[in-house]
Each structure stands twice: as structure tokens, then as C-alpha cells.
Write a protein that binds this ligand. Structure first.
Ligand code: GH3
Ligand code: MG
Ligand code: MG
Ligand code: MG
Ligand code: MG
Length: 301
């Protein structure tokens, strides 16, 4: 674990650095308060900091106050260092956001166990963040394909509608549906069907730009939102998607399966503003219906 030592007295700083390094910590040092503040608010800051109260540039207590106001994503465990005479200021220090304090001169044993307490808090915080990320992923993504789920992709659509209303420009949505997918399940089993869904998702992702969104809209139906891609761009993209699925059989445990997809394209300029997301979804759905009616494995606008 990395620790920041912010201390303006060189001798004291060096002693602390030596001790902590000896205990196996990776140590970063700051010679004044503003350097410490810069490090703590920067990318990849240490999670644990020992801050001298009295420092040029910025006092340790002020650093505590600022870091708590900024609320970085990872919890920062802050230990204030103060001299005996300022013991009465400790309440102020803790109120400013320090987690703990040490009064100079302090005993090594005390420093060691206080650091251990800090590490426990940091580890708990990391577990909490990891659990939250898992929950967040579950709430917004489809477990089978890893694509956005229906709510999330509809959310992306609403955001894109709001964006073009504000900034102008255009976007396109594509509704895509695997052809005769029921037959895949019936002939090769549901598990092979699942593999086909996963491969379809991967192939679509590979063809998309980083700022495009794709979600699993229904069982074997996908919705894409393509910012700043309209007219010929959208049609060409839908055609690439179609070919990306049809041109190469998909490997499954039941062997290589030929799969095709039909796509309906709708551009924001046509319906957006009139009846928003619903109108656009209906236009894409109608186009998809046309693609199915005209024989499948094709794109309709
Ligand atoms: P069409 O070309 O008209 O779209 O025909 P289709 O067979 O693809 O359409 P239909 O709506 O009749 O059938 C869709 C099938 O998709 C039925 C359903 O069991 C299957 N399906 C939906 N979700 C999943 C899933 O998560 N896994 C698997 N394996 N199959 C799924
Ligand atoms: Mg000092
Ligand atoms: Mg259907
Ligand atoms: Mg289908
Ligand atoms: Mg369907």
C-alpha cells in the first residue's frame, strides 16, 4: 500500500519515510501542503496520507477539509500530525475530516497500529466499491450478452434525443432481429441459441464506434443508437452489421451455425421532435417488419 507523507521538516520527514519503507509501505513524500494537496487530488493518489498540521503552502487541516469536500471516488484515509502544544486543536482537525491524529513525538508502536486501522477502512471501502460496480453492471446490462439492457439502451436513446434537441445534428437508431431464431433453438437447443446470441453481440460490438450504444431490446432483438450517423452512413453501417452476421457461420458446441439478421433503420430527422423516442422506435420497428416481409437477411429504412 502507498502512503503519502506530507511534512515540511526534512529530518522528521526522512525518519518517517525510512520507518514506513521498512514496514513495507511504498512511500511518496511532499515537502509542503500545496504539493500534498496536488498529489492527493491527482490521478492514482495514495489512499493513505500522513499530513503535518503546520506546513507552508497549505495546512494539513485545510487539506482534510478540501479532500472531504471533493469526495474522490476512493476513500482517502487522512492522519493529521500535530505537536504537543496544539493538542487542543485536534477536535478542529477531526471535524475538518481527519480520520485520526498523531501527536509528535509519537511512539512507533502507536503509528504502526494506527496505520493498520487505516488500512482496514481502505480495504472495506475497496470491497464496497467493487460490490457497487457489480450491482451497477447487473442493473444496467444483460447477463447473457453483456450488452446494455432494455432500460439502459432506451435511456441512451432519450439522452441522444435530448442532445440533438439542444445541439442540433442527427442520429440514427437500428432495430435488429435474428431471423428464424426459434428454429435455431428448436433444432440445436437453447444453449446453442444462447451462444449465437453472445456471438451476435460480440460481432456487433466489434463493428461499432466507441460512442455508439447497443442493447438487448428483447429476446433476439437488439437496439442501436448511433450519434452523428445519418442517411448513407447509417444505411452503410446497418449493411456492415448484416454482413458481419451472415458472412461467417457461428461456432457453437453444436457445430458451426449459419445465422442471419434483419435490420430496420430510422433517422432522428424524420420523426424526432414530433413524437420523440416512441415515434423513432415505431419507425425502426416498421422498417424491420418490412425487412422480414421482404425475405429477411436485409436492411430497410
Ligand atoms: P423471425 O425471423 O420472424 O424473427 O423469426 P424468429 O423465430 O426469430 O422469431 P420468434 O419471435 O418466433 O422467436 C424468437 C425466439 O427467440 C423464441 C425464443 O425462444 C428465442 N429466445 C428469446 N430469448 C432467448 C434467449 O435468451 N436464449 C435463447 N436460446 N433463445 C431465446
Ligand atoms: Mg510542520
Ligand atoms: Mg419475431
Ligand atoms: Mg427473430
Ligand atoms: Mg424478435
Amino acid at each position: 500500500m502507498r502512503i503519502l507523507i506530507a511534512e515540511d521538516e526534512p529530518a522528521f520527514r526522512q525518519i518517517l519515510e525510512k520507518i514506513l519503507t521498512g514496514w513495507g509501505y511504498e512511500v511518496q513524500v511532499a515537502e509542503d501542503g500545496s504539493a500534498a494537496y496536488r498529489i492527493l487530488s491527482g490521478e492514482d493518489a495514495p489512499r493513505l496520507a500522513i499530513l503535518d498540521w503546520k506546513m507552508p503552502g497549505m495546512e494539513g487541516v485545510e487539506i482534510c477539509r478540501r479532500m472531504r469536500a471533493e469526495k474522490p471516488e476512493h476513500y482517502l484515509y487522512l492522519i493529521l500530525l500535530t505537536s504537543q502544544q496544539r493538542e487542543e486543536d485536534l477536535v478542529q482537525g477531526m471535524e475538518a475530516g481527519a480520520d485520526d491524529y498523531l501527536i509528535k513525538p509519537f511512539r512507533l508502536n502507536e503509528l504502526r497500529v494506527r496505520l493498520r486501522a487505516g488500512r482496514r477502512i481502505i480495504e472495506l471501502n475497496e470491497e464496497l466499491l467493487a460490490a457497487r460496480a457489480v450491482l451497477q453492471e447487473k442493473a444496467t446490462h444483460d447477463a447473457l450478452t453483456g450488452l446494455e439492457n432494455r432500460e439502459e439502451i432506451l435511456d441512451a436513446l432519450d439522452k441522444e434525443l435530448a442532445r440533438v434537441e439542444r445541439d442540433g445534428g442527427c442520429f440514427t437508431i437500428i432495430m435488429a432481429d435474428l431471423d428464424h431464431f426459434k428454429q435455431v433453438n428448436d433444432t440445436h437447443g437453447h444453449l446453442a441459441g444462447d451462444e449465437v446470441l453472445r456471438t451476435t453481440a460480440q460481432r456487433m460490438l466489434r463493428l461499432m464506434r466507441p460512442y455508439d450504444s447497443v442493447g438487448r431490446y428483447g429476446g433476439e432483438e437488439f437496439l442501436m443508437v448511433l450519434p452523428e450517423c445519418c442517411g448513407g452512413c447509417a444505411r452503410a453501417f446497418a449493411e456492415r452489421l448484416r454482413a458481419g452476421i451472415a458472412d461467417r457461420p457461428m461456432d457453437t458446441t453444436e457445430g458451426a451455425l449459419k445465422v442471419t439478421m434483419s435490420l430496420g433503420v430510422a433517422a432522428s430527422g424524420v420523426v424526432a421532435g414530433r413524437d420523440g423516442a416512441r415515434g423513432l422506435l415505431k419507425a425502426a420497428d416498421d422498417a424491420l417488419y418490412q425487412a422480414k416481409a421482404k425475405g429477411r437477411n436485409r436492411v430497410e429504412v
